[in-house]
Design a protein around this ligand. Structure first.
Ligand SMILES: NC(=O)c1ccc[n+]([C@@H]2O[C@H](COP(=O)([O-])OP(=O)(O)OC[C@H]3O[C@@H](n4cnc5c(N)ncnc54)[C@H](O)[C@@H]3O)[C@@H](O)[C@H]2O)c1
Length: 249
């Protein structure tokens, strides 16, 4: 499988959770992968290298414009270019579920800062390099909650709704540069942090799907490869929902 042979991909939030699966799959498909996180992503890098792939880790906060400029600089210095940006880093797994009336305003700001402005900053950091080759693939991780109006996470759902909206604007603004900008909206997925919590393990979400089972990170990686590969070169501004057929939009 080498659908991304010769490509260089940045995956944010690759230190744990679903981001690890995206990074591993991109490497399996032949991409050189820059694994970015506020956490240490060395274990992701090691796993990729042990499997014969090529990756480096960069520690960066996606909300810090200087840190993500450095992320892009290191990617270009190491691998010569940036073809793919997968904006996966976000605050999600550790958020407490509560009525919107009970969400502290500071938490609202923090979620919007990381989940929405973080995407904006990372895109702005990679676009100058993509423009040089008039080619690029930007994939923003949204969420099926936007289409379902999932309760208990108003700040999170709003932040991901903004990601869908931003994807459409930036897709139009980068169309002349031949850069694709799409969103991928997972359903509730048993990433490592969620798989430890009874709330998610016992959730009724699987019963709302056409496919009545839990969703796992590996259910998402094929769509992430499609959106990063030449197979989706005439597709932009779209939001692909991968949730086993719960939200249909
Ligand atoms: N798991 C689900 O059910 C689900 C459903 C829909 C969408 N998503 C989205 O998928 C993505 C991954 O989800 P997950 O379950 O693996 O979450 P997670 O919380 O386990 O992983 C998120 C990663 O992002 C990193 N991160 C957080 N803030 C950062 C920052 N400021 N700078 C750099 N890195 C930062 C974290 O350190 C972590 O490694 C997120 O965008 C999430 O919103 C998840």
């Amino acid at each position: 499988m080498t659908r991304l042979a010769g490509r260089v991909a940045i995956v944010t939030g690759a230190g744990r959770g679903i981001g690890v699966s995206y990074a591993k799959r991109y490497a399996e498909e032949g991409a050189k992968v820059v694994c970015v996180d506020v956490l240490d992503s060395q274990s992701t890098v090691d796993t990729i290298k042990q499997a014969g792939g090529d990756a480096i880790g960069v520690k960066a906060d996606v909300t810090d414009a200087k840190a993500v400029a450095e992320m892009a600089r290191v990617a270009v210095e190491t691998y010569g270019k940036i073809d793919i940006l997968l904006n996966n880093a976000a605050l999600f797994a550790n958020l407490e579920r509560r009525h919107f009336m009970d969400i502290p305003s500071e938490e609202w700001d923090k979620v919007m800062q990381i989940n929405t402005r973080g995407v904006f900053e990372c895109i702005r950091a990679v676009v100058p390099d993509m423009r040089k080759r008039e080619y690029g693939k930007i994939i923003n991780i949204a969420s099926g909650t936007v289409f379902k109006g999932t309760t208990g996470l108003c700040q999170y759902v709003a932040s991901k709704g903004a990601v869908v909206a931003m994807t459409r604007v930036i897709a139009r603004e980068l169309g002349p540069d031949n850069i694709c900008v799409n969103a991928l909206a997972p359903g509730m997925t048993l990433s490592e942090a969620l798989a430890e919590r009874d709330f998610y393990l016992n959730s009724s979400t699987p019963s709302t799907r056409a496919f009545k089972r839990h969703e796992y990170p590996e259910d998402l990686t094929g769509a992430a490869v499609f959106l990063a590969s030449a197979d989706s070169d005439f597709m932009t501004g779209q939001c692909m929902v991968v949730d086993g057929g719960a939200a249909m939009h």
